[in-house]
Write a protein that binds this ligand. Structure first.
Ligand code: ADP
Ligand code: ZN
Ligand code: ZN
Length: 752
């Protein structure tokens, strides 16, 4: 873009990137400057030259032209890692709606005032060791002698050891340095974030021979790479088809060519497993980042990446912004997961953002899944992505046998347990064979909510308009109700707050309740529970999974975090206790979520030599998402789902934008949303099939006493929605209210 003025930020390492400064672009660099370029600019009263980054280019200025300074020069042609990330930030701002500052903070590594960890070593630096040994002996310098003799065996010693175990004083070491016998060296070390358990397996790669499917795909990737072709691939491989091995081989090619790779995983719980796998191939050239790291730890990992000390970084969404200088490949495992969409502004989608980053940096993207998102599959069918398919499990292992249990029948037969007779029989069978079992429920807590059998009302949070969750105290005590949105707590009531009836109690099931039931039915079984309550501590995920992997327990009970990706060869039975929980979430993606979860759950069974079985318990045995998952037929599911989406004008055929307004004053909020509605209708009346719905109350119409209202905008063309967003943003500058905040969510993954 050729423009006259550039917005420049001076210091991106500063925590508050609070301002930009406008500079004129001199003619001689006008053709070469771009967003992300580093420039030298005169700054402050003395007009000392400082370095800054261009984050915006425009044709006009709001300032007095005569007072605008000019850019001095361009630091270099092209754009380096920080600049490229800034260009990505500009793209994020444009496509998802947020302030530039917000977008920059999203893509920039944290640089708070974290000191690096400095370790001091004493090293031997003289040739004539024997002479010095003799001298110290003669002088009876015993401490010096001790240190010297130790250094003769180990020429490098941590300072702490010299002054600690060896009991040599600082002065003595210093004196030896002055004598030229030793040197004290400082080594600023990175905080290592990979556990010893993982590091111990470094470079112990299994000797795997790729099967023909895998080989064909890797060959295809290599052939593209050889021709300098970079594109997006969709790897649709059934669970257990060996997708990770394909990732590893492709990364190996990329690393050989001197470039680096980012591997995104949908949640932190998968870190341990993925890291272990990659560590066997890439050793200490792989690391991870995630939100459980301290800012120092995270910063260090980004530094290692920037300096090229690691080749592979693994992590959830935010790892996408690892500042590699020569990024070659981004892998998004389980690409269909909704966690790839940011839940706070800017509400970017990691999949689309990865594709844009790859485009900016000449890299490739591999999206992998057993259940690709409808969006990605549609694009692959259209040829926009290259589709790779792996239909069978490695080593000819069978897909799991599946069985649907109709819970209504169960109730008719008088079984009120949350474990059906069939599932109970299977559990007993596996326990007797010393095989492992996973039971999965998509809820946490005890009974999930309290409702009234007289009036049907659930007890809701007075601030948030959502059902409150019941957390059990113990068997004798009443529980406590907690709001998961604002944290409001109250004791479990004796009677219904709405109608006063005493027929009130907890319904629904959670992991704790399942565990109690399992213990009642199978007192001899050893159980482990994994949910948000048992995994809040730093390494608790790893510990639970390691423990289950070692065989410390027979049954692992958990929320959806146990069904994703884990690879336990001794698990031969998976029970999905209530498949309907995701089906009733009241959102257009409910079918897709249900299908994904069931397929993933089925994928956990029978990964070793013994074939597996999955029992799906449901009140809706005829639903297409459930039947397609049971027959493990992705295409059958996709065809129905895609047709339904198109008919109902949902993504991917259509695009959707939510404009959410929030404010304490309900009337003021309603007023501004009404005006916004008229504004959009007025301007886009002729924009063919732009639909504007609302303003309406979202499912949660109030959080922490802040009211919320939404507008839904739909159009086939994404650019049109961006246009509406820009128009509304512009309008808000003049017409907005300080007390009403407005944000945008393009193609939301959650309903409001
Ligand atoms: P997916 O991610 O497709 O569900 P994984 O990548 O987890 O499958 O692979 C499942 C298991 O199969 C892993 O333990 C992996 O090491 C192993 N595996 C992968 N490829 C092969 C192969 N060609 N031959 C034998 N085992 C393989
Ligand atoms: Zn009631
Ligand atoms: Zn609340």
């Amino acid at each position: 873009m050729r423009g006259l003025y550039a917005d420049v930020i001076i210091d991106i390492s500063h925590e508050a990137i609070d301002r930009t400064f406008q500079y004129a672009i001199p003619d001689d660099i006008a053709g070469r400057i771009q967003i992300g370029s580093q420039v030298n600019i005169p700054f402050g009263k003395g007009n000392n030259l400082r370095k800054g980054y261009v984050i915006g280019i425009s044709d006009s200025t709001e300032y007095d032209e005569s007072r605008i300074k000019s850019i001095d020069s361009l630091c270099e042609d092209g754009v380096a890692a920080p600049g490229r990330l800034l260009a990505l930030a500009a793209w994020i701002k444009e496509n998802y709606g947020s302030t530039m500052i917000n977008a920059i903070q999203t893509v920039m590594p944290v640089k708070k005032t974290v000191k690096s960890v400095v370790v001091r070593y004493v090293v031997l630096s003289c040739e004539d060791v024997d002479t010095w040994e003799y001298r110290y002996m003669k002088k009876n310098a015993r401490a010096k002698l001790r240190l010297l003799r130790e250094l003769m065996v180990r020429p490098e010693l941590p300072m702490t050891e010299a002054t600690g175990t060896l009991n040599v004083s600082h002065q003595a070491v210093k004196a030896m340095e002055d004598e030229g016998v030793v040197r004290i060296v400082e080594d600023s070390r990175y905080r290592d974030v990979v556990s010893d358990a993982v590091r111990q397996q470094a470079f112990e790669a299994p000797d795997i021979e790729l099967n023909s499917d895998q080989q064909r795909i890797v060959d295809d990737f290599v052939s593209d790479a050889d021709q300098g072709i970079h594109r997006t691939y969709l790897l649709h491989g059934v669970t257990g088809s060996g997708k990770t091995e394909v990732y590893v081989r492709c990364i190996r090619e990329v690393v050989r060519a001197g470039r680096q790779a980012i591997v995104l995983i949908p949640e932190i719980a998968l870190t341990y497993q993925t890291l272990t796998y990659f560590s066997r191939y890439f050793g200490n050239r792989v690391t991870m980042v995630n939100s459980k790291l301290s800012s120092g730890e995270k910063y260090d990992q980004f530094e290692r990446a920037r300096k090229g000390d690691v080749d592979v970084v693994i992590g959830p969404r935010s790892a996408l912004f690892t500042p590699f200088e020569k990024l070659g490949l981004i892998i998004i495992d389980e690409e269909h997961e909704s966690s790839y969409k940011s839940d706070s502004p800017p509400k970017y989608h990691a999949r689309e953002t990865a594709i844009e980053r790859a485009r900016l940096e000449g890299a490739s993207v591999i999206l992998g899944s057993a259940t690709p998102s409808v969006e990605s599959y549609k694009r692959a069918l259209a040829g926009e992505y290259r589709l790779w398919t792996m239909d069978s499990r490695v080593e000819g292992r069978a897909m799991a046998e599946t069985s649907i249990v109709d819970l209504r029948d169960e109730l008719h037969r008088g079984n009120r347990s949350i474990i059906s007779d069939e599932l109970a029989n299977d559990i007993a069978d596996r326990l007797s064979k010393r095989e492992q079992i996973m039971l999965f429920i998509n809820k946490r807590g005890y009974n999930s909510f309290v409702s009234c059998r007289s009036c049907g009302e659930a007890v809701k949070c007075p601030h948030c308009d959502v059902s409150m969750a019941l957390h059990s105290g113990n068997n004798t005590q009443k529980g406590v109700l907690v709001c998961h949105y604002c944290g409001f707590r109250m004791p479990e009531p004796d009677k219904c707050p709405a109608c006063g009836s005493k027929l009130i109690g907890g319904y629904g099931v959670g992991t704790e309740k399942v565990e109690q039931e399992v213990r009642r039915l199978f007192p001899e079984a050893r159980t482990l529970r994994m949910d948000r309550d048992t995994t809040s501590k730093k390494n608790s995920h790893e510990q639970i999974l390691e423990s289950f992997g070692r065989g410390d327990a027979d049954i692992l009970i958990g929320t959806q975090m146990i069904v994703k990706g884990h690879d336990f060869s001794r698990v031969t039975l998976v029970g999905v206790l209530l498949a309907d929980l995701t089906l009733f979430s009241g959102d257009y993606r409910a079918g897709e979520r249900t299908f994904d979860l069931l397929t993933q759950a089925a994928g956990r069974a029978g990964r070793g030599d013994v074939p597996g079985k999955v029992v799906i318990q449901t009140y809706k045995p005829d639903n297409y998402a459930i039947t397609a998952a049971a027959s493990q037929d992705y295409r059958a599911f996709y065809d129905i789902e895609e047709a339904y989406r198109s008919l109902m004008r949902y993504p991917p055929e259509w695009n959707m934008m939510v404009i959410m307004g929030a404010g304490m004053d309900e009337e003021q909020l309603a007023n501004i949303m009404d005006r916004m509605y008229s504004l959009i209708r007025g301007k886009y009346i002729n924009a063919g099939h732009l639909s504007v719905i609302g303003p309406s109350e979202p499912a949660i119409s109030k959080i922490k006493d802040v009211y919320r209202r939404v507008l839904y905008i739909k159009h086939r063309d994404y650019r049109m929605l961006v246009d509406v967003k820009d128009y509304v943003e512009e309008w808000l500058k003049e017409n907005g209210e300080n007390d009403v905040s407005v944000f945008f969510d393009l193609n939301p993954v959650n309903m409001y």
